[in-house]
Write a protein that binds this ligand. Structure first.
Ligand SMILES: *Cc1c(COP(=O)(O)O)cnc(C)c1O
Length: 383
């Protein structure tokens, strides 16, 4: 693994067995996406037109009403909250994150607190929690609504599908009968494909997706939702800041035309990929890795069946042996040659679970599964 560009900077590349994470640069663009981005360089275009047409194109592709390309799902969340609070009132748009005189409370259920919620408060919104840790009901939501409430947030995760959380259907029902917006973080819910339109068609006003998960530039994402909200999101964006001279919070969340074109091309490819082949390949990679470690004492190895979402399959390793830690394996692989990154499960505070890790096939290039398998076997045998 020698790469001139990285070695010139003194960086030794790693093998990514964690998956699509921001920490490691998120995504790899297929050649078709790179080529589209390259050709976008050949001329300038008005960015507002590009945003408009790219959004229309993607909305149609996904089967949704409207779409806006943003600087990642994180920015999609931020711009959406700004749009909810300030609407199309320029006097309010320039005031954020000062929310004086605006409805600025966004409700979030206790079972869905997570680290991306910071993207919601960035533009000045305040989070108000409803429900308790064990169970969240419609009644909890109903009771937490005040005259400052502007929206309800919902985190979609179909891999977990938490039965004790308030469902999206119920969330929408209560929110709509109280004239509140509903925003959904569906960043990773990119497969099955109808998930790309499902939540907005159910009645969510805005749904955020991360394009990093399907081969677009890591720095892109989408707001998919109603035309009303997408138009209001546009007023918050870096383009509006420059074109209309209305200084919204979106200016630092700039994306370039190559990235927007890359996001369009990647979305096109994603909708037309042979997903059976993609999933079969991921499973095969996992089976290969598992074959190196499945008979090692003191661990349980499982190739996961999951095909929903952005990171199918995976090899789950559970440590059963006493007085040992997978964190030692994690560290040894990071310090080894070649450097391999795996990650033990983490809680909200970032503490590692020394008994549990999952190897993802997502970020592995050709020939790397074998290396990961061999190195894992070597280190697991030392425990
Ligand atoms: C990755 C992710 C985000 C942030 O997306 P970016 O495009 O990296 O800004 C938000 N929410 C969830 C659930 C994610 O997985």
């Amino acid at each position: 693994m020698v790469n001139k560009i990285y070695s010139e900077l003194g960086i030794k590349p790693i093998i990514n067995a964690i998956g699509s994470v921001t920490l490691l640069g998120g995504s790899t663009q297929p050649k078709q996406v790179i080529d589209a981005m390259q050709s976008a360089q050949d001329m300038y275009v008005p960015m507002d037109e590009l945003e408009q047409k790219a959004g229309d194109f993607i909305a149609k592709l996904f089967g949704a009403e409207a779409c806006y390309v943003t600087s990642g799902a994180g920015s999609a969340l931020t711009l959406t909250t700004a749009a909810f609070m300030a609407g199309d009132d320029d006097d309010l748009i320039v005031k954020l994150p000062d929310t004086t005189g605006m409805k600025d409370e966004i409700l979030i259920q206790s079972r869905q607190r997570y680290h991306y919620e910071r993207c919601l408060t960035y533009a000045g919104a305040k989070l108000v929690e409803f429900g308790n840790k064990d169970l969240v009901t419609s009644d909890d939501l109903e009771k937490s609504i005040t005259d400052k409430t502007v929206a309800v947030h919902y985190v979609a995760n179909e891999t977990i599908n938490d039965p004790n959380a308030l469902s999206l259907e119920e969330t929408i029902e209560v929110a709509k009968s109280n004239n509140l917006y509903v925003m959904v973080d569906a960043a990773g819910q990119i497969y099955p494909l109808d998930n790309l339109s499902k939540y907005s068609n159910m009645g969510a006003d805005s749904v955020s997706y991360a394009a990093k998960y399907f081969g677009a530039p890591h720095s892109t994402g989408f707001v998919v939702g109603t035309q009303e909200i997408v138009d209001k999101v546009a007023l918050q964006s870096f383009i509006s800041y420059e074109m209309r001279r209305v200084r919204g919070v979106g200016r630092p969340q700039k994306i370039d035309r190559q990235e927007i074109i890359g996001a369009v091309e990647a979305a096109k490819m994603w909708m037309n990929t042979n997903h059976e082949d993609r999933l079969a390949k991921a499973e095969k990679t996992c089976l290969k890795i598992a074959s190196y470690i499945k008979d090692i004492d003191g661990i349980e190895v499982e190739v996961q069946e999951n095909t929903i979402g952005h990171d199918p399959h995976g090899v789950k390793i559970k440590l059963t042996k006493e007085n040992a830690s997978l964190i030692d394996v994690q560290n040894a692989l990071r310090d080894g040659e070649p450097r391999i990154w795996i990650r033990c499960d983490q809680d909200m505070e970032g503490n590692f679970n020394k008994r549990l890790t999952r190897i993802s096939p997502f970020g592995l290039y050709e020939g790397e599964a074998e290396i990961v398998g061999e190195r894992l076997a070597e280190e697991l045998n030392k425990l």
